[in-house]
Design a protein around this ligand. Structure first.
Ligand code: DQA
Length: 147
């Protein structure tokens, strides 16, 4: 099975960007974490990052019929984008939302995520290991669906 791992704006700056909040791992490191977890779990992943809201919407739409689930860190679009929410609702796939930081410990404007309404579950505050945890959970759910 194929699982899409989609990343939103400014996540290309990981490692450089507010390391006290997001840690020192780069986006390449995050991809490595995902590749390793996927190998262990025997699933395929399509790992991507974009700064564009429209591109993120298009990538989500492309998952329909192609991927079995979506793991998404929508970054700032979590807090602003009804378009990203609607795309996730339109694809009819299980969604897990991931945030590296604990958005609930931070500024009030980060406490609400539109995207969470489309998510089965949300992992936040556990750093980049949240991506591996999400891949484990998604694989479990796909296997459950298959039997
Ligand atoms: C983030 C949290 C968001 O509030 C922020 O806009 C990001 C990253 C996280 O992974 O902790 O860009 O999604």
């Amino acid at each position: 099975p194929l699982i899409a791992v989609l990343n939103g704006p400014n996540l290309n700056m990981l490692g450089l960007r507010q390391p006290e909040v997001y840690g020192v791992a780069t986006l390449d490191d995050v991809e490595q974490v995902c590749v390793q977890a996927a190998e262990q779990l025997d699933v395929a992943i399509d790992f991507r990052q974009t700064n564009g809201e429209g591109e993120l919407v298009s990538w989500i739409q492309e998952c329909r019929g192609r991927a079995r689930g979506i793991i998404i860190n929508p970054a700032a679009y979590s807090h602003t984008s009804i378009a990203v929410l609607d795309a996730l609702l339109a694809v009819d796939l299980p969604v897990i939302e991931v945030h590296i930081s604990n958005i609930h410990r931070r500024e009030a404007f980060r406490h609400t995520s539109y995207v969470s309404r489309a998510a089965i579950g949300v992992i936040c505050g556990l750093g980049v290991r949240g991506y591996a945890l999400a891949l484990h959970a998604m694989t479990d759910m796909i296997l459950d669906e298959d039997d």
